[in-house]
Design a protein around this ligand. Structure first.
Ligand code: ADP
Length: 219
């Protein structure tokens, strides 16, 4: 599902990732933990094609069997839209759009059919217990609801993999717990793969596998 080998990243003269190797299997829920500054977000952004590795020897970065190394930016953007869903710490929903519209945006970017997309978005809202919140703007939703809308947005294109960066970092403990349960329900229902950067011990302990990063490597 995801294969990364010899991933390096420099910011200026500082080596932030020092040759990361990992493999993530389909349907796996993997937590990435480690102290602040270890390189977790940088790694997640590279796995999610939002950033590129620095050249230091050959590297491999494969998502769902597609090797990204020699693809141009346009091809990478298309793969990102089709194969990868993101959930961030701060929901990053667009404030002027409703919950339903926010969920549909990645599908519209991917030029999917409008009616089918809206139907799927409504099904996702229902699955997430938000059918009554369809027309609400983000500011009219609670933190937990906003984050569930962000989960639906991440799912709308049926991505192969969901990458989450501190998804419950901004939630109270009960909303965090239901978000964590939701990830496992989604895995059960859709065999969805998750890579989650988290400081939340409970979530990390629930994961199938916990990868610890320290000082730019997975230890
Ligand atoms: P973590 O997610 O484990 O807290 P990050 O991946 O955010 O770690 O950051 C790893 C290191 O890279 C930190 O020292 C951070 O300051 C540095 N860093 C991250 N992004 C940038 C950037 N865009 N420019 C320069 N340095 C950066």
């Amino acid at each position: 599902m995801v294969i990364a080998k010899n991933i390096h990243k420099y910011y200026g003269g500082t080596e932030v990732l020092k040759g990361v190797n990992l493999t993530i299997n389909k349907g796996e829920i993997v937590a990435i933990v480690g102290p602040s500054g270890a390189g977790k977000t940088t790694l997640l952004q590279i796995l999610g094609t939002l950033d590129k590795p620095s050249k230091k020897g050959d590297f491999i970065l494969e998502i769902n069997g597609i090797n990204l190394q020699n693809l141009n930016d346009k091809m990478i953007a298309a793969i990102r839209n089709e194969h990868i869903g993101y959930i961030f710490q701060f929901h990053q929903l667009l404030p002027e759009f409703s919950a339903l519209e926010n969920i549909c945006i990645p599908a519209f970017i991917g030029k999917k059919d409008r009616k089918e997309t809206e139907q799927k978005a409504k099904e996702l809202l229902k699955f997430l217990g938000l059918e009554g919140r369809m027309k609400h703007k983000p500011s009219e939703l609670s933190g937990g609801e906003q984050q569930r809308v962000a989960v639906a947005r991440a799912l709308i294109n049926n991505p192969s993999i969901i990458l989450a960066d501190e998804p419950s970092g901004n939630l109270d403990s009960s909303s965090a717990e239901s978000l964590h349960k939701l990830f496992f329900e989604l895995r059960k229902k859709f065999n969805q793969t998750f890579v989650i950067v988290t400081h939340n011990q409970e979530l990390a302990d629930m994961a199938d596998r916990k990868l610890t990063m320290r000082d730019g490597i997975v230890i």
